[in-house]
Design a protein around this ligand. Structure first.
Ligand code: 16G
Length: 235
């Protein structure tokens, strides 16, 4: 095994076993080289790979730090952001960026298989875990199923709980796609991350319990440095 791989594995094991904790600072390259009796090039190569895999972060002018742990998100259940955070013992929050009523949008009509005169509500939120921005979420809802939902203040309030409690809507299932995306200037600003960090863009269409009626279309951009998706597969 090449030397840099060995060094990378050693550092990775220290992080996974908790010997090195999130936000711990790693010694400078020269010190690591001395410590492990390898060249600086070897250290650099190991650090580049650890950074690409999300184990460490370089902060300009400050050094290299152990990255925060990633949240593991199961793909098997239709859960809300609030439920996901609560199951981890964290406080879910939301900051509302905008709310709008939209009509006559061709693209949305197709996605929802809706009639041409239908109105939609566009809700744009930053989702927070213990106050830290985790995702930018743009939800589109069919207004005829949740009239005047645009008047509700969604600051720190769950959309799924509101759909159930205020409008009697039970959700059944959802279809979802996931793709990689780099944070553009706007996303970087609202999420508080540098431009160009990887995001996981998840697009979901949620159906009511009747299995047929589409109620929600969402574009959720989750921070790729904090999220890991998890699924079990069978043979
Ligand atoms: C999740 C869902 C999103 C849903 C939101 C409701 C994904 C990719 N997205 O973030 O579709 O609108 O939860 O959360 O899982 P809330 O009930 O906490 O507002």
């Amino acid at each position: 095994m090449p030397l840099y791989c060995q060094l990378k594995d050693t550092l990775k094991a220290a992080i996974e076993r908790g010997k090195l904790k999130p936000n711990d600072r790693l010694p400078p390259e020269t010190e690591l080289a001395q410590l492990f009796q390898v060249s600086r090039m070897t250290v650099r190569q190991a650090l580049i790979e650890l950074e690409n895999e999300g184990f460490i972060r370089r902060r300009q002018g400050q050094g290299t730090f152990v990255a925060e742990r990633k949240f593991r998100q199961s793909l098997l259940r239709l859960t809300s952001f609030t439920e996901d955070m609560q199951s981890r013992g964290l406080k879910a929050g939301a900051r509302v960026l905008s709310v709008k009523v939209i009509s006559g949008d061709e693209n949305l009509m197709q996605r929802f298989e809706a009639a041409p005169d239908e109105q939609f509500v566009r809700l744009e939120r930053i989702r927070l875990a213990d106050g830290e921005p985790m995702a930018l979420e743009i939800s589109f809802l069919r207004r005829k199923f949740c009239p005047r939902i645009e008047e509700i203040d969604f600051t720190d309030r769950s959309l799924y709980v509101t759909l159930r409690e205020e409008f009697g809507l039970e959700l059944g299932w959802a279809s979802q796609t996931i793709e990689a995306k780099l944070a553009d200037e706007y996303e970087a600003k609202v999420l508080g991350v540098p431009v160009g960090v990887p995001l996981l863009l998840m697009q979901r269409i949620t159906y009511l319990a009747d299995g047929l009626t589409r109620i929600e279309y969402v574009r959720s951009s989750y921070r790729g440095d904090r999220y890991q998706l998890y699924v079990e597969v069978m043979r």
